[in-house]
Design a protein around this ligand. Structure first.
Ligand code: NDP
Length: 497
């Protein structure tokens, strides 16, 4: 049956009561029969229950992925994998309304924003489709020309374990599944228990597109059970992880078991440097977007605002006014700009930081509290918050909050700004706002982070590498570097005489 005919059938609605997980091409319950709930963060109501996969379920999924890797999938030629990825991209576009609604209901993202990601996600899949037929090795001149011929082949690393967080379930799934399919790997994906529904819909689409059994498996379950079992598994060749630095450290330790390849996309505490000559009309909304998009639940969220002292007060005043005007509400409301936090646990964590900021001496210039009026009282809503009078030693300035909170810090020289921007164990991203092209490039070079944006923020593209320095992890997603993470280089020597 062709994809065109199949796509007339809608995907399983995200709020259907009981979901199964996808292992070896089949929809299954956990072997234990246990389930766990997923909650709508805008209402506090139960959305669905999913299987609580554990170690034994991970074992089955990894075994299926190994069989597929060594069996039918190994016979797929690069052009076959390319066709498959293009078909998947088409299916994603056709079902984007269902996918984006699923993210909105499960983790709170405003629907208008989720819908706007359609082209970006389909573009990622098509980028990987293009890469599938561009995996070349090279011939290497050695010191015995005429006697020995040497060349490299780039081969899939094998079975990939992918562990993703809840803040961007669709994009995070595709950042892992896309390169796996392009390179000929197979994959076991463990979504976050906070937002497992979109990855299950993605499994449905993979199945409809004709991905062979065992090539893409999605096991729902908790991090400490299913996630840890995947990270420790002796038959997994690589772990691709996105999540907190703390969990990244335990993934790295677990990888020692069988010397797995590991790529880690971890947390951040990204600095934004606003120079005295910045265009404030564009810098204010861009800084607000950097801090508050996805309710600040983005690893690259700009949360430390270093502003030249000469414009500091004006900038903070304008930013606070902008933040206060943002419309907070349920993601399904088309006017909503800022949705809820993903969970009650995340809400408590963010409110704890708000309280700590005030206790440590910062002043609230905008927001500063949970929103509990009317229908928002049932959800996990926090007002976009701007702190003034902050200092580098405060917890709100040092620690990753993962909520809609930014702290303003005046500086007196660019050298000082750079030093303070880099005074963090993280190194994921940073932003620079200036009209001077020389200053822009100099600051971009001096900020110790994997991505620096100048007079913009959040720009991402499948062709452009993304990934952190320092305790924000290693390994790139995006660009040809991304494919390298899923490939192993083999050298072949041939004696010619
Ligand atoms: P966590 O590290 O808690 O969770 C991430 C994933 O790891 C989830 O699937 C989780 O499962 C799982 N997990 C938890 N414990 C273990 C374990 N011991 N072994 C294996 N897997 C485990 O992060 P959050 O979900 O709180 O996500 C937020 C963090 O992710 C932030 O720090 C953020 O900066 C980072 N992040 C980084 C990005 C990047 O590209 N650099 C992008 C997005 C987020 P479960 O949720 O079911 O417990």
């Amino acid at each position: 049956m062709t994809a065109t005919i199949e796509t007339r059938q809608a995907l399983t609605p995200p709020d259907s009561a009981e979901r199964k997980m996808f292992v070896d091409g089949a929809w299954v319950d956990a072997l234990s029969g246990e389930t766990m709930e997923t909650i709508n963060p805008a209402t506090g109501e139960r959305l669905a229950v999913v299987p609580r996969g554990r170690r034994e379920d991970i074992d089955l999924a990894v075994a299926a992925a190994r069989r597929a890797f060594e069996g039918p999938w190994s016979r797929f030629k690069p052009a076959d994998r390319q066709r498959l990825l293009l078909r998947i991209a088409d299916l994603f576009e056709e079902h984007w309304d269902e996918l984006s609604l699923s993210d909105t209901l499960d983790m709170g993202k405003p629907l208008t924003r989720a819908r706007a990601d359609k082209g970006r996600v389909a573009g990622m899949l098509r980028y990987y489709a293009g890469m599938a037929t561009n995996l070349d090795g090279r011939t290497v001149d050695n010191s015995q020309p005429g006697e020995m011929f040497s060349y490299t082949r780039r081969e899939p690393v094998g079975v990939v374990g992918a562990i993703i967080p809840w803040n961007a379930p669709i994009a995070a799934s595709i950042w892992k599944i896309g390169p796996a399919l392009a390179t000929g790997c197979t994959i076991v994906l463990k979504p976050s228990e906070e937002a497992p529904l979109s990855p299950l819909l993605i499994a449905e689409l993979m199945n409809r597109a004709g991905v062979p059994a065992g090539v893409v498996n999605v096991v729902t379950g908790s991090g400490t059970e299913a996630g840890a079992a995947l990270a420790e598994h002796l038959d997994v060749d690589k772990i691709a992880f996105t999540g907190s630095t703390l969990t990244g450290q335990s993934i790295l330790r677990a990888s020692a078991n069988n010397i797995k390849r590991v790529s880690l996309e971890l947390g951040g505490k990204s600095p934004l440097i606003v120079c005295a000559d910045a265009d404030l009309d564009t810098a204010v909304p861009t800084v607000a977007l950097a801090a508050f998009a996805n309710s600040g639940q983005i690893c690259i969220a700009g949360s430390r605002l270093l502003v030249d002292r000469s414009i500091h007060d004006e900038f903070v005043e304008r930013l606070a006014a902008y933040a206060s005007a943002l419309k907070v509400g349920p993601g399904v409301d088309p006017d909503t700009e800022i949705g809820p936090l993903v969970s009650k646990r995340q809400l408590d964590k963010v409110v704890g930081f708000l309280d700590a900021g005030v206790e440590e001496g910062a002043t609230v210039r905008a927001g500063g509290a949970r929103i509990e009026r009317g229908e928002l009282a049932a959800g996990n809503f926090v007002a976009p918050t701007v702190f003034g009078d902050a200092s580098d030693s405060m917890s709100i300035v040092r620690e990753e909050i993962f909520g809609p909170v930014i702290s303003a810090l005046p500086f007196d020289s660019l050298d000082e700004a750079v030093k303070r921007a880099n005074a963090t164990p993280y190194g994921l991203a940073g932003g620079v706002f200036t009209r001077d092209v020389g200053t822009a490039h100099q600051l971009a070079a001096r900020i110790r982070a994997g991505s620096v944006w100048v007079n913009t923020y959040h720009a991402l593209d499948p062709a452009v590498p993304f990934g952190g320095f320092k305790m924000s992890g290693f390994g790139k997603e995006g660009g040809s570097e991304h494919l390298d993470e899923y490939l192993a280089t083999k050298t072949v020597w041939v004696k010619l005489d």
